[in-house]
Design a protein around this ligand. Sequence first.
Ligand code: SF4
Length: 458
Amino acid sequence: ASRISAENWQPSLRLKDPPLAGAAVEREALREERSERDGEAQKLEKAKITLNDCLACSGCITSAESVLITQQSHEELYKMLTFNKVTPTEQKLVVVSVSPQSRASLAAKCKMNILETAKKLTSFLKSLGVHYVFDTTFSRNFSLLESQREFVKRFQKQSEDKKALPMLASACPGWICYAEKTHGSFIIPYISTAKSPQQVMGSLIKGHFAEQQHLTPDQIYHVTVMPCYDKKLEASRPDFFSQEYQARDVDCVITTGEVLRLLEQEGISLPDVDPAPLDTMFSCIREEELTSHSGGGSGGYLEHIYKYAAKELFGIQVDTIQYKPLKNKDFQEVTLEKDGVVLLQFALAYGFRNIQNLVQKLKRGKSPYHYVEVMACPSGCLNGGGQIRVEGEASKDWLQQVEKLYESLRTEAPEENQRVDELYEQWLGGPGSARALRALHTQYHAVEKTSTGFNIKW
Ligand code: SF4
């Protein structure tokens, strides 16, 4: 089996070309060694791999692929929906939160506009037994607002905290996995603590929504539809698990491709489905119009933080942003200057090569940036490994179509969303409250390298 090296690593490859279950083999070897040392025949404990065992080392989530996939897959959603049908007295409320990137990919596949796609997808999911369908654009508002505020705080304390800047984006679990497992305690202080849109949605559904429905978190089964497999790893982090209720904030993540498989298994063509009204509680809908955020298919973190910081820190209103491409289109820079003095310098770094260069610069103390939007996939989330693919020559045009559809919605700044304001007040007790910190921020953990031959050198 071939091993994916650091040079060609990217999240979309990780579950496609599984060479060897490194972590599992390692643990099994240790157990056998212990058994032989004691000189007694012992029945070895059966090796079991969970999503939390993933080291993102390109070697371990490999032949464990089937285990990983079955733990969080559309088959699991089917199981839950069947459970609800056969045991109606114990049924759980099933909520699906769809990412805007997945919706754009499905829209391109089905040759429909975004609103049509959203309505037909809602109708299809509800025909299977799903109770509510929401949109993670809504939860991204919180993620953007928290990132903006965190950046300004870090900027203001940069003289006393050497690792306050650059602040590095936190919404991409592919990047977080890599950071924790390869650069651990060096890189973690730089990473924003704001939760990703998926995990903010988890807090909203298992917190506020559960309260509203008079349910406990474990009585809701929360599924997200995401553009990559790494979101499955993110949802399985212990930080997003409630010990009290033995429930995850996001119970199951399915990729865009898996939604397509669901449709195929049901023998349904999405364009033929009758549209249903969209659920409004956690969606960016106003008068039957969906809205989005500006700043690109990965959420627009750079753009929103930049504009907010320019205004908050220097009183400068920025309306449009001029990106300057550096080595390639996945590494771009934005600079705010006044009288020849650089006030803010931001960058976006997409794809493993650019991330690796960024980290090396940081280690040498040569990074000039105040903020970097780091995303593991080349071209960002619209090109995630879980998106619908076309092969060969057509793939470039395909990505452009998906981008065009994604950008076809009217954009809205997170500050403009009144519902978000209300939730800050009613649910969280205002920005910066202890409850807001718990619901909207997270922490990271350096993964210690073990001294075995299974270590991967980066
Ligand atoms: S860039 Fe987006 S799609 Fe790719 S791994 Fe990160 S979050 Fe997933």
